[in-house]
Ligand binder design. Structure first.
Ligand code: WT7
Length: 644
């Protein structure tokens, strides 16, 4: 990590948005920072008031560390704020979603159409399945309009949605269904990925053999592939929707009623079900989308994230729809059928705002400038980045080749747990510096701390959010102790788990995770999940995985594996182990390489020292190895890696 600090610290370039951008910007008053600072709670109340509430709150914030309640006593509905509020306005017939499938088919839904579809599905959920407020519903869908419909239909009746990324395996689905205690799964027959069909329904069938809590499955017909329907359990979405014309009203929810659970990986143990509630989350979703992207009614806004991640929740669904935006949604992969697919979409749909991840940007860079060069990208006016640090090289490429030096870039730092963007420049207000996320948003207090918890004025340390904010996680589903220990035991304030530097202007550069969690292509993956999968593979005795720097994905996974006695290492075995992890967790977790080793570096108490493995794998200095019980293994591994 120290290496990246040094190279990045040399970054002196500063960019301002063009005069044209600034003149036309909605948010161009620099006083917003002062206003927020002088009366933080009042500022948040003003943001909350931009939502439609059924009844007002009695107090802004009740804080019993680490549990926050915001806008206490108020009632509202998230689905209502994304749909119904637009119906009496000129946004009624405006496109809410422009969806393009991987095959090139396009579907456009106006706000009125999306509203009706959602309200009808809510009524099906209640009338047919008896889904009630507080019930958990698992959504396992490709990126199709029905994923947005399912999310908003749950929110409309207070069912807590748990979206599981469609790339996850049956085992991951089982874990998440068990933990949440879901009653219903909403899935599709399949989804497209690079021209291939992912058989989602088959994966659900496999998972449900081990999920007794699930009473019913709704299957969206999307691909038309052959599927097996279990009589009495499974229904086709299109069929049950055709049977009703009832439109379910949005039910009033308490500000603190849970809106959703979203699972994210930690260093140890099973994935954490991060809980977000209604009033505070929606307040920040609406506010930050409007502010950071300088959203206008005329924008065609494209966030390329899947709904399976928090970015999809906040910046594909809740934030933009609460603002009445037109949301572009693309089902498939950026290189299908050709590597210019994204630029083709931007040109054809006249996308104005593009929000994507550094891993995608690095892939585009690798594929070559001629591909975006083939397309008219002049509709673009703002670019965003999220998911991991964007290295200055990729930033500059994004700025010049995609943005043609005219589009400001927002590098947005946040987490599943923060619910929405915490740190970013504001496009018309703050200068941009490649590699720097920038300043905390107005209303957010973030600082870089020393290990002792003392704030650093300039230099590197650990990132912390200093005071409660509306969209903060309300806990981990079923495990409040873990919530306390992971985020609140390190400092008095919220511990984000990221290293960061801050400079004299208060600009923050985020360096990445300080723990062992992997960040592959912008997504956190727990070492434990990958290791558990490897250990389940025949012949494997023990495994440890670490992230190694990867040009494309940010981090790739390197696995160190101890084989069982009598099992001989081979290329075939390596390949089979890699495939196995893909099957167990999903393609995203596949190791790039498996190194077979007779031993792993361990502490005297027997804990694997991943830190040492990481240094070896990345060719860095070992640091303090006094607690290492078996230093000889380090030499072995270094030789092994150098010989590859
Ligand atoms: C972790 C959160 C935020 C939604 C997508 C990932 C890293 C995220 C940035 C950024 C540097 C970033 C951090 C963070 N991260 N955005 N702009 N610059 N790092 O959500 O899976 O909860 O992961 O992603 O390490 O802690 P997530």
């Amino acid at each position: 990590m120290s290496q990246s600090i040094e190279t990045l610290l040399n970054e002196q370039r500063i960019f301002m948005a063009s005069d044209e951008f600034r003149v036309n910007a909605t948010h161009s008053d620099p006083d917003i920072y002062k206003i927020a600072q002088s009366d933080r709670l009042g500022f948040w109340e003003a943001q909350a008031a931009k939502l439609d509430w059924f009844s007002p709150w009695q107090s802004v914030l009740e804080w019993q560390r680490p549990f926050a309640k915001w806008f206490v006593g108020g009632t509202l509905n998230a689905s209502y704020n994304c749909l119904d509020v637009h119906l009496p306005t000129d946004r009624r017939d405006k496109a809410a979603l422009i969806w393009e499938g991987e095959l090139g088919d396009v579907r456009t839904l106006s706000y009125a159409e999306l509203h009706d579809e959602v309200a009808r599905f809510s009524s099906v959920l209640m009338a047919r399945y008896g889904i009630q407020k507080g019930d958990r519903v698992t959504i396992y869908l490709p990126l199709i309009p029905e994923s947005v419909v399912a999310i908003l239909a749950c929110a409309r009746i207070g069912a807590i949605h748990s979206v599981v990324f469609g790339g996850f395996s049956a085992q991951s689905l089982i874990d998440r269904i068990h933990d949440s205690g879901s009653r219903l799964v909403i899935t599709a027959d399949g989804g497209y990925r690079r021209g291939k069909v992912i058989p989602l329904k088959d994966i659900v069938d496999e998972a449900l053999e081990k999920c007794p809590s699930i009473e019913a499955v709704v299957v969206v017909r999307h691909v038309g592939n052959p599927i097996h329907m279990h009589a009495g359990r499974d229904d086709v979405y299109q069929e049950i929707m055709a049977e009703t014309s009832d439109l379910q009203d949005a039910l009033p929810m308490d500000s603190e009623d849970p809106l959703f659970i979203l699972y994210t990986s930690g260093t140890t143990g099973k994935p954490k079900g991060i809980i977000h509630t209604t009033g505070g989350y929606m307040t920040h979703a609406k506010y930050s989308t409007q502010l950071v992207f300088d959203l206008k009614p005329s924008d065609v806004y494209w966030c390329t994230a899947d709904v399976g991640w928090i970015t999809g929740h906040t910046y594909l669904v809740y934030g933009p729809l609460a603002n009445g935006a037109t949301v572009m949604m693309y089902e498939g992969s950026p290189d299908y059928p050709d590597k210019n697919r994204f630029w083709d979409i931007v040109e054809r749909h006249k996308v104005t705002i593009l929000y994507t991840a550094p891993t995608a940007i690095r892939a585009f860079m690798k594929w070559g400038d001629h591909l975006p060069g083939m397309h008219d990208l002049s509709s673009l006016r703002l670019l965003g980045s999220v998911g991991e640090p964007i290295n200055p090289e990729a930033w500059m490429w994004y700025y010049t080749v995609i943005g043609k030096n005219r589009c400001p870039i927002v590098d947005t730092w946040w987490q599943t747990e923060t619910g929405g963007i915490m740190i970013s420049t504001l496009p018309a207000l703050s200068p941009m510096r490649p590699g720097y996320a920038g300043l905390p948003l107005p209303g957010i207090e973030a600082q870089v701390l020393q290990d002792s918890g003392v704030p650093i004025e300039a230099g590197g340390g650990l990132l912390s959010i200093m005071s409660p904010w509306p969209s903060m996680a309300r806990g981990i589903w079923g495990d409040n102790e873990r919530f306390k220990s992971v985020y609140w035991d390190t400092f008095e304030t919220y511990f984000a788990g990221d290293g960061a530097t801050v400079d004299d202007d208060g600009y923050i550069m985020v360096l990445g995770r300080v723990d062992d969690v992997l960040n592959v292509a912008g997504h956190r993956i727990g070492t434990m999940e990958v290791e558990s999968a490897l250990v389940e593979f025949e012949g494997v005795a023990e495994a440890a995985v670490v992230g190694v720097a990867d040009d494309l994905k940010g981090q790739a996974i390197l696995a160190f594996v101890i084989l069982k006695e009598g099992v001989t290492p081979s290329k075939e075995l390596e390949r089979a182990a890699i495939e196995w992890v893909g099957k167990m967790i999903g393609a995203i977790a596949k190791p790039k390489q498996v190194v077979f080793t007779p031993d792993l570096p361990k502490t005297r108490s027997g804990k694997i020292m991943r830190r040492v493995l990481k240094s070896v794998a990345n060719g860095q200095a070992l640091g303090d190895i006094t607690t290492l019980a078996n230093p000889e293994v380090v030499d072995f591994l270094e030789r092994q890696l150098n010989s590859v």
